[in-house]
Design a binder for this molecule. Sequence first.
Ligand code: VG1
Ligand code: CO
Length: 544
Amino acid sequence: MNITTVDTTPFSDQRPGTSGLRKTVSVFRTTHYLENFVQAILNALPPGERESLVIGGDGRYYNRQAIQIIIRIALASGCRRLLVGQHGFLSTPAASLMIRKYGLDGGIILSASHNPGGPSGDFGIKFNTANGGPAPEQVTDRIHRIAGELKQYRIADIPDVSLEQTGTREFGTARVEVIDPVADYADLMEKLFDMDRIRALFASGRFRLVFDAMHAITGPYAREVLVRRLGAPDNTVMNGTPLQDFGGGHPDPNLVHARELVALMQAADAPDMGAASDGDGDRNMILGRDFFVTPSDSLAIMAANAHLLPGYSNGIAGIARSMPTSMAADRVARQLGVDCYETPTGWKFFGNLLDAGRITLCGEESFGTGSDHVREKDGLWAVLFWLNLVAARKQSVAEIVLGHWQAYGRNYYSRHDYENVELEKAQDLVGRLQAVLAGLPGRRLAGLQVKTADEYSYTDPVDGSYTEHQGTRIIFEDGSRIIVRMSGTGTQGATLRFYYEKFEPGNGVLENDAQTQLAPLFSVAQDLTRLGEITGRHAPDVVT
Ligand code: VG1
Ligand code: CO
């Protein structure tokens, strides 16, 4: 195997965000751009801890070309074992499983998750460490620093490795194994859930599910688990073939982007349950008949019911949620007598808590839920969890949620996104908001008394690592919250996220529309941030 050393110039913008490095495809195709970043990842790892990797992606445009480049760079850096998903496919949760199951040093996942794909779309690289989870900040900071100084990369001179058939190719003493990306994952799901019970639910003919893979990575996984192993009819999986441009869609499972599914679920003959997943298979949306389960509620309901499922029958050790996620899960934790942790946005902050055994379930308001079965959020896992719940409780999705609200109260919740705002304006807005925080406690706004107002920072309780600037929060005496943060996953301008939450006790108004219920908080946030005046925006682009 010939290895060439190539002179290159460093890129200062290779800073991973909330979840990996995301740029447009055209940026990733800039000469040396991808090569540099992959070399920086490998250089950031101590020798001896970069010998085995899993590589795969969500099938988006440039996935296959990128994989060939990564194989060459990895071999040139001394990797001895590379597992690559067949056709280049691997969902994010399956990649996490592969790392853990085969004791690998890490994984490189090619995805920009829910961002659109295609030649003019986005591309991305996530790096996961040996625990199977997203690299923590210390590691991504090191990668960024190395990328900003990189002068050379090394690349092996080998032909393209065919990804079409599973099997092993040898290059000197190194092996490249093309593996079935689905089988191990499906086997793990069988261990966690009551497959017989779910199979009986489908066989009864009285229950219909539609799963929208949004032309992204979960199609093959959903077919294997739902159709082949659980006996659901073929037409259960819609948009099940991964496409390079996701069929022109935006593979983000929410009420706005999963329009086709939402329309199905609102029709007169709607299926009993609807679900969708995102580009790389780590997000999920759960719907009942004309009924939407907010991700925050989903996490709380999973926690309250986990003991009904085989994989969690011994109960849960604890729960974690990202800071902007509603506090519904906290109420369940209190009832169960387990700890509930609040972490910054991004799955990487759950890793230490999961590894230390402090939590079993975790989730984010952004359609992400997961457990200690892997170290990523897991879309199809969440769907199976809900299927198992429906089968075990013999209730509809809506009945389960309503019952939960009656028992625990309802945390009304909504997120408003303002996309593609000019960066300076977004920074200006956040800066001005922060400047008035100190004067807010004690003031009454829209009839609510402000309790605290601050910028969120976090000290990891396991390793003591500290991170700051993780969002601005205004918390009211009654537990209502307004949170403002800037997205760390976009590729154009800035996205401002406003998160709203208001609690209603179990004997209160439980079935109101969230937008109506939260409206007083919207005005408070708009006035405080001078949103309209600074950004010229008067309505959010996406409401979830
Ligand atoms: C968003 C979500 C966050 C999630 C991240 C990655 O980040 O808010 O909760 O972890 O996307 O999701 P941001 O910084 O844009 O708010 V995904 O499915 O990459 O992988
Ligand atoms: Co994703």
